[in-house]
Design a protein around this ligand. Structure first.
Ligand code: 0A1
Ligand code: ZN
Length: 882
């Protein structure tokens, strides 16, 4: 394999920086090729460094060094050492001024890290290590400097010039250039630097903070998108108010800017005062964006805004602490979305994502702790573990401490560490101090990878009216961590009586009450929880609200699960009961299929779903969620050896059976829930649209015999006034190849071919389709004029989604593997970060049937053998094969 010389970075090697930079003046003279960057900094030795006499080593990549001056004297470039990743200057004084001029070519920057161009806009992406692609610098998060940024650019091409902080000067220059100078009063790490220049329009609003300061809010977009920013602006204002009310956090600059760009590797970036967003998370109108898009925009806008305190004011000491800002900020954005919309729906969506993606990551060769202790390429660690499991860890702290104590802990954290770069330990210490609790065992969550499994047993003593729940925990071994310690976790439970009511209020037990719930704290490998004066054998409502990120081995009968599904006061657990029942039923069918027995639908499950369809709750989104079967991505985790085709068939059988048996009920539900003609983003309206989409998704499976059901889809597509309805119809139709499907997909393409975000949906629906012709279509779509390997949204919509399409990606011929692998190799030299992300479906290759295993192993070896392989892709390949 190539790439063996890449060296891992280790947490134990962390040392404080040898130098500090307090002030930095950056001057950019922008050109598509040959941008000149002058960086003038005040540098001094760090009094608390381990070593005080070493050379100055600055990070730098893909730079052309033009000039160097130390204390205003020019240094010959022969007298310094320049490598592919460093500039080393020997014998520097203790305090000095350094001026560096570098040259970069934004137009050729396809990696979208550093300074690049997207749809004629100059922009930057510096997290995690992009700043070193702009100038030589101490590019590490524990070096905090005050930045002044001067941008010079051709006035006509770039009327708008933006950087972090406040605008302090602007004016015209010779040769059609103009300039703007920005000053950011808050010291920040280099990863939060940003610059934007281009022809953009701004949408402006104002926010008055709790203490009465006026903040100007601006969203910058291309002229054609001017009318699609309202929702983002409303979301921003809601997030600002919420952070004041819930965490007492006010915004700290006079101006808050958001810029939407078309080419972006991630969702968005929290640069101080100047957030850069993937256009997907800013632009929306009802004609072109779905309800899910609207909710995602609200969530991402909030996430970036919340980073201003959790990430920017208090940042990470090193990249191993990434979850310090990301886990905490995801937790905050989840809380916010739960408060703005349906809390139960939000929790279900969060848990679905966690189970499908994080549990899968945690069980595979890329498993790593929330605070990793080693990496080759930090960009590979922007993972569901760091973000979403990290958020679960914070949520557990919130549950253990209770909301008031948690808030006191957060206050202490902000007060203690404002302006610092700190660690996850510092965060937990602030909470522990505020709560006056020992959280030592809890901290295992940060260092231990893998999803714990809980085994639950119940004992009911009728004579003494005593009920005992025994819970045991075990975390499976993960790479590099064969032995696991017990964790400290909060278990919220309820006891349901035979009438479905909560018994908890009446029983005697030493556990803290949290509303209807009881809080059990599991700390040991195994513990008994005893409840006395229990009048009848209760049905246990376990792990309410998914109070800990664990897998619970099934311990209840299907009848009990159906009971929870109907009666639990915890809406999350109602849904979860439906989900687990469906999982058990599908896996049972799969076992039958594999054993060549006839598959049958369990009558208990059928009855439960029948009831659900006949008695929808007021929260229609909840009913819609309960009707959706677990994704293949989730189901496969329970299998020793994955046969993706058999799994797909078993799931499809259950879906088809439900459709057939419940057709009338589903059709009634569909017709009873027509949304209003005008678009409104209320729970009621969103619920109607999603419930109808789920109904169609089932009903369309009966389309072969009942043409009118296909027509129902077509009708919704043609008549629906919103993108949500159109996508609902298209997504259902995508399952049934035929003239009608083709006609409607063509129609959609013709109508939307010039809207890139809508075309992303069109690509994704086709790449996700289980229909037999998916592979051929995807192959053809790679040559579609709207597709481009250079645009991450396109790559994710077509190739990323195809990689998650189990039946087609894992086609026994290996053609799905080949298709993806070839594109990964093509993409790697252009955009290694994105190429590495596309590797994800290969990572768990060992879990599949033998033929597939062999094919995937070969592919991994082939990719690993590519000349010039990036560190990003190399890390994934080598860990997968290890
Ligand atoms: N900090 C951002 C995510 C982000 C990370 C890396 C990026 O480029 C490599 C871009 C964005 C967030 O959490 O929103
Ligand atoms: Zn973030």
């Amino acid at each position: 394999m190539n790439g063996q010389n890449f060296q891992p970075i280790r947490l134990i090697d962390y040392r404080p920086p040898e130098f500090l930079i307090d002030e930095l003046l950056l001057t950019f003279r922008l050109k598509q090729r040959g941008t000149l960057v002058q960086a003038s900094s005040m540098i001094r030795r760090n009094p608390s460094a381990d070593r005080r006499n070493g050379p100055l080593r600055l990070c730098g990549e893909q730079l052309q060094l033009v000039e160097l001056r130390l204390d205003d004297r020019r240094i010959s470039l022969q007298d310094v050492c320049v490598t592919d990743w460093e500039l080393i200057i020997e014998n520097v004084p203790d305090v000095f001024k350094l001026q560096i001029t570098t040259r970069v070519d934004p137009e050729d920057n396809t990696a979208l890290s550093g300074l690049y161009r997207s749809s004629a806009i100059y922009c930057t992406q510096c997290e995690a290590e992009g700043f070193r692609r702009i100038t030589y610098f101490l590019d590490r998060p524990d070096v905090l400097a005050r930045y002044t940024t001067r941008i010079e650019a051709p006035q006509e091409e770039c009327p708008v010039l933006l950087a972090n902080g406040n605008l302090v000067a602007a004016g015209e220059m010779d040769d059609g250039f103009h300039f703007a100078e920005w000053q950011d009063p808050f010291p920040k790490p280099s990863y939060l630097f940003a610059l934007v220049a281009g022809d953009l329009v701004k949408i402006e609003d104002e926010f008055v903070t709790a203490s009465g300061r006026r903040v100007t809010l601006q969203i910058y977009v291309h002229e054609r998108n001017r009318n699609k920013c309202k929702h983002a602006m409303v979301s921003l204002k809601k997030a600002m108010r919420w952070d004041e009310q819930v965490y007492g956090r006010e915004y700290d600059l006079d101006q808050y800017m958001i810029v939407a760009v078309d080419d972006f590797n991630m969702g968005a970036m929290e640069n101080k005062g100047l957030n850069l967003f993937n256009a997907k998370y800013v632009l929306a109108d009802p004609r072109s964006a779905t309800d899910q898009d609207y909710l995602a925009i609200e969530g991402v806008i909030a996430h970036e805004y919340f980073h201003n305190w959790t990430g920017n004011r208090i940042t990470c000491r090193d990249w191993f602490q990434l979850s310090l800002k990301e886990g905490l900020t995801v937790f905050r954005d989840q809380q916010f979305s739960a408060d703005m919309n349906s809390a139960a729906v939000q929790r279900i969506e969060d848990v679905r994502l966690l189970r499908q993606f994080q549990f899968r990551e945690d069980a595979g060769p890329m498993a790593h702790p929330v605070r990793p202790d080693q990496y080759l390429e930090i960009n590979n660690f922007y993972t569901v573990t760091i973000y979403n499991k990290g958020a679960e860890v914070i949520r557990m702290l919130h549950t253990l401490l209770g909301p008031e104590t948690f808030r006191r802990g957060m206050d202490l954290y902000f007060q203690r560490h404002d302006g610092q770069a700190v660690t996850c330990d510092d965060f937990v210490a602030a909470l522990a101090d505020a709560a006056d609790r020992d959280l030592t065992r809890f901290k295992h969550w940060y260092v231990q990878a893998g999803t714990p499994r809980l085994t639950v047993t119940e004992q009911w003593d009728e004579r003494h009216c005593t009920y005992v729940v025994t819970v045991a925990q075990a975390t499976p071994a993960t790479p590099g961590q064969p032995d696991k310690l017990p964790l400290h976790l909060p278990l919220l439970v309820g006891l349901l009586g035979s009438d479905g009511g909560d018994l908890a209020a009446r029983v005697s037990c030493p556990y803290e009450r949290r509303g209807n719930d009881l809080l059990l704290e599991l700390k040991e490998v195994q513990q008994d929880f005893v409840f006395r004066e229990v009048p009848e054998k209760p049905v246990l409502s376990f792990l309410r609200g998914f109070s800990a990120p664990v897998i619970v081995n099934p311990f209840q009968s299907r009848e009990e699960a159906a009971f929870v599904m109907q009666h639990d006061s915890d809406l999350f657990n109602r849904w979860d009961a439906a989900f687990s029942l469906a999982e058990a039923v599908i896996l049972e069918c799969l076992a039958k299929l594999v054993a060549a027995e006839t598959m049958e639908l369990d009558p208990v499950y059928l009855e439960a779903i029948h009831y659900l369809v006949g008695h929808p709750t007021d929260d229609r989104s909840l009913t819609a969620l309960a009707l959706q079967l677990p994704a293949e991505n989730h189901l496969l985790q329970a299998l020793k050896q994955i046969d993706p085709v058999a799994l797909h068939e078993a799931r499809r059988f259950v879906k088809q059976e439900l459709a057939g048996r419940l057709a009338d009920g589903l059709l009634n539900l569909y017709h009873d829930n027509e949304p209003s003609a005008t678009y409104r983003l209320t729970g009621d309206q969103v619920g109607r649209r999603s419930l109808r989409a789920v109904c169609l998704d089932y009903l369309v499976l009966l389309g072969e015999e009942q043409q009118d059901l296909l027509e129902l889809c077509a009708h919704q597509y043609r008549q629906g006034g919103t993108m949500t309805e159109k996508i609902g119809a298209l997504s259902a139709l995508a399952q049934v190849p035929g003239a009608l499907r083709d006609e409607i997909f063509d129609h959609f393409e013709n109508q939307w071919r010039s809207d890139p975000l809508v075309m992303d949906k069109w690509f994704a629906l086709q790449a996700a389709s289980p229909a037999a012709d998916t592979y051929d279509r995807v192959k053809k779509l790679l040559d579609h004029p709207a597709f481009s390997l250079k645009n991450p949204n396109k790559v994710r919509s077509l190739l990323g989604v195809f990689g998650q399409n189990h039946v087609h990606f894992h086609h026994e011929s290996g053609r799905g593997y080949r298709l993806l692998a070839d594109r990964i190799c093509q993409l790697d030299p252009l955009n290694p970060q994105l190429a590495a992300r596309l590797m994800q479906p290969f990572v768990t290759w060992r879990r599949y049937t033998k033929d597939r295993r062999q094919l995937m192993e070969q592919i991994l070896q082939e990719i690993g053998g590519q000349a010039g392989i990036s560190r990003d892709v190399y890390e994934i390949v080598s860990k997968s094969l290890a």
